[in-house]
Design a protein around this ligand. Structure first.
Ligand code: ATP
Ligand code: FE
Length: 356
């Protein structure tokens, strides 16, 4: 079974081809990601209209490139999977329209995929993770613990009640005048900084459950920065590095402690092969990743984090999630709608535009 996947829900235009022979682990024949950092850099964040236009302009070329790299023509593809939400609606519509055009033109089945399911199922593609596993999704737009039981079967244990960690990293970078995306810049600074100089809050650790909050952390960082500027008239290199180190340490501690709690809930179900998988761009952070690995080692639980290129937005994960859905009998028709919101563990939310 050979499947083409499309992704355009944020600021990456992506297409990928995946092939599964029998029940073997699918092979990624190609995975093309066209980023848009250059288009949005001047605005300090993703501009939805610019993103949507860029997706519309680039999707065709991206698909052609993915097919080329796989050495295949559309005739050799068996199904088309596309991110149908959640995300920036203009981009999602561009992708869904492109996929419909391909499906209609080439007479292929169409499979709509939840972007978050794409992230959440990636450990099955990369490590053959067995259901049920615990997933911590930490990205620019999301932060949640999920028990993943099947391609369409997720239980949410908790998540952020305000900012996503990636967003907090990006804002921190902006406040300190570091380049975007903020995660890698802050991590680089943090390596050279002293995490003990600024003791930032660890919000919600005093409360039970797996919910998290990161907006207070951002405010604390802003105060510390303004305090230094008022005192010294500016920030030194060391100040920046120390602020980053303090921020990253707080983020790491909150994620590690909440992971302990999520693991307790997950383990109560006595999974046969207990495993924690992290995905999303923030999983690229080595300090955070290391802390989570330690928690798992303490508890004798498997740990996996997909390789970076499959942690951040890509179409291979969409093709994979589409493959699982397709193999379980799910096919969409031309009424497939783009959804700005599409929670993983609830029924269908209200749709934007036409659709089911
Ligand atoms: P979503 O997938 O939830 O819609 P997104 O597409 O913005 O959001 P990803 O592409 O998964 O998210 O990840 C991007 C985010 O990851 C950015 O906020 C970026 O700052 C963050 N990030 C990337 N590398 C690192 C790192 N080394 N440390 C911390 N954060 C990082
Ligand atoms: Fe994503």
């Amino acid at each position: 079974l050979t499947i083409l996947g499309l992704e355009s829900s944020c600021d990456d235009t992506a297409a990928a081809v995946l092939r599964q022979t029998g029940d073997a682990r699918p092979e990624i024949l190609s995975s093309v990601v066209m980023g848009q950092n250059d288009l949005h850099a001047a605005f300090g964040g993703v501009v939805p209209e610019i993103a949507a236009r860029a997706h519309a302009e680039r999707l065709d070329g991206c698909v052609i490139k993915a097919l080329d790299q796989a050495g295949l023509s559309l005739r050799e593809i068996d199904a088309v999977a596309v991110t149908a939400g959640p995300g920036l609606i203009g981009g999602v519509i561009s992708g869904v329209m492109c996929a419909k055009g391909i499906a209609l033109g080439a007479g292929l089945p169409l499979v709509g995929v939840n972007h978050l399911a794409g992230h959440a199922l990636t450990p099955r593609l990369t490590d053959g993770a067995a259901y049920p596993y615990l997933m911590l999704l930490v990205s620019g737009g999301h932060c949640q613990f999920l028990i993943v039981r099947g391609a369409d079967d997720f239980t949410r244990l908790g998540g952020t009640i305000d900012d996503a960690p990636g967003e907090a990293f990006d804002k921190t970078a902006r406040l300190l005048g570091l380049p975007q995306p903020g995660g890698p810049s802050v991590e680089l600074q943090a390596k050279q900084g002293d995490p003990a100089r600024f003791r930032f809050p660890r919000p919600l650790l005093d409360r039970p459950g797996c919910d998290m909050s990161f907006s207070g952390l951002k405010t604390a960082l802003l105060r510390a920065r303004d305090g230094l500027i008022a005192e010294q008239g500016g920030l030194t290199r060391a100040d920046r590095a120390d602020l980053c180190a303090g921020f990253q340490a707080a983020m790491r501690d909150v994620l590690a402690e909440k992971t302990r709690r999520a693991l307790a809930l997950y383990r109560a179900e006595a999974p046969a092969q207990p495993m924690l998988a992290v995905a999303g761009g923030v999983a690229a952070n080595l300090a955070i990743r290391g802390a989570l690995e330690t928690v798992c080692a303490e508890q004798g639980i498997g740990f996996t984090a997909p390789p970076l290129a499959l942690c951040t937005d890509n179409a291979a994960m969409i093709a994979y999630a589409g493959l699982e859905r397709f193999r379980s009998g799910h096919v969409d028709d031309m009424t497939l709608a783009a959804r700005p919101r599409w929670p993983l563990d609830r029924g269908s939310p209200p749709l934007l535009g036409s659709g089911k």
